[in-house]
Design a protein around this ligand. Structure first.
Ligand SMILES: Cc1ncc(COP(=O)(O)O)c(C=O)c1O
Length: 417
């Protein structure tokens, strides 16, 4: 039966009980039972996120006239992102609701710049991207009437710069590289891609939604991280999610541009309305003040040392897990993988990775099935350092079960959303 709003309101205690009960079938993120969708360090950071969000629970970040506090907090969050990504003094940025919005705005800006400066006709235009780039680029193209040209990555799983160059034509408006990409966790060769973009006068977007707030700290720990930020000449724009490895609650990302003046290309403005002029740099109207306040508070609370600690835990978890998986007969870890993401698969034809996934699922681990290559995908966050050995224990048991004639399997096409 279709639900309806109850006639009379119910007491909060009953509602709270219902909400708690509704979570019963959810996977336990606090115990790291999934490696997708969430980021968790500990209860102390969780409290900071909640308290800061609550402090600006009601304030609307659309109304910065009314809430100069939010204007200042937003400017500081953008400023901290620009500093971390070594942006020049000319740079600017926008606080958005997530990676998809940051990417959408960047591609919109690329299109508008091409229309303004190159006379790109409505309904025309394409972007050239490695086929490992997030599908949200295709979604942006769909919204914006652009063509997404997905070019297969090379043997090393990284963008094939020469092949991408061949796909550029007179209607190409932007190139994209990931730092790192979501399917494999590898960095594309950003420097050659940005040089290529510069040669052709193109917008170069670096998608650091995953890596923006992690790779600077992973690099400081001594791991090799290829150049990807504004120190690389030719990089026009960077998307970096604060609600991923920036450890803020959801609804927080940055779109940073090398030159503040470029922001005008994703700014809507109209005076043709009875109520008065309206302008916005984002796709949102009403914007939650809590998202900005919490992002600011998390950055202040963690500091560089806190982010380094997160990076250390993630890379430790990755080492323990990848070494452990490599030691299980019939499994191998896909190489390379540069950061917090990796994929493993079955190398033994008698071992069905879909059955391993089902056996893990039965033990409470949400399987992240990778479609190409047929395998398992994990995106680690700090909490996984505490459960890496548990995962390996259950994985060994799952492999045994899969070999023992289990019938349940999780298909490779299992949805990622
Ligand atoms: C590399 C990359 N880019 C963009 C996105 C989209 O970000 P969001 O889900 O915050 O919209 C993701 C999400 O996982 C991602 O991994």
């Amino acid at each position: 039966m279709r639900p309806a709003i109850p006639t009379a309101g119910r007491p909060w205690t009953a509602i709270q009980g219902d909400l708690e009960a509704s979570k019963r079938a959810d996977y336990s993120w606090k115990q790291g039972r999934l490696a997708v969708y969430f980021y968790y360090l500990d209860d102390a950071l969780h409290r900071v996120q909640q308290e800061a969000y609550k402090a600006f629970w009601t304030e609307n970040n659309l109304g910065q006239r009314a809430f100069p506090s939010l204007k200042r907090l937003e400017e500081e969050v953008v400023g901290m992102g620009l500093s971390l990504m070594h942006a020049p003094d000319t740079a600017g940025g926008t606080f958005t609701s997530g990676g998809s919005e940051s990417i959408f705005l960047s591609i919109l800006a690329a299109r508008e710049r091409a229309r303004a400066e190159r006379g790109l006709a409505p309904g025309r235009g394409n972007i050239v991207i490695p086929d490992s780039a997030h599908l949200t680029f295709d979604r942006a193209c769909w919204y914006l009437g652009l063509e997404s040209r997905r070019i297969p990555v090379g043997e090393d799983l990284r963008a094939d710069v020469a092949a991408m160059e061949c796909a550029i034509d007179s209607e190409t408006i932007a190139l994209v590289g990931s730092a790192p990409c979501y399917p494999f966790g590898v960095f594309d060769p950003i420097a050659p891609l940005a040089a290529l973009a510069e040669r052709h006068g193109l917008w170069m977007h670096v998608d650091a939604c995953v890596g923006g707030f992690l790779s600077p700290f992973v690099a400081r720990l001594g791991h090799p991280v290829p150049g990807w930020d504004f120190r690389v000449p030719g990089v026009t724009a960077i998307s970096a999610d604060i609600h991923k490895h920036g450890m803020a609650p959801k609804g927080a990302s940055l779109l940073l541009v090398r030159d503040e003046a470029l922001r005008r290309f994703h700014r809507f403005e109209s005076r043709a309305w009875q109520r008065g002029p309206y302008a916005a740099y984002t796709t949102q109207g009403t914007r939650p003040g809590g998202a900005v306040a919490a992002a600011w508070a998390v950055m202040q609370y963690l500091g560089e040392e806190g982010y380094l600690d997160c990076a250390r835990r993630i890379m430790d978890a990755k080492r323990v897990m990848t070494e452990g998986i490599a030691g299980i007969q019939g499994l191998s870890v896909l190489e390379p993988s540069d950061l917090s993401l990796f994929v493993y698969r079955a190398t033994d034809p008698a071992l069905d990775i879909g059955k391993v996934a089902a056996a893990l699922d039965a033990r409470g681990w949400l399987p992240g099935r990778q479609q190409q290559p047929d395998g398992m995908h994990l995106h680690l966050n700090p909490v996984h350092a505490e459960v890496a050995e548990d995962y390996l224990r259950d994985l060994r048991a799952a492999v045994e079960e899969a070999r023992g004639g289990a019938t349940a399997r999780v298909a490779a096409e299992t949805r990622t959303y």
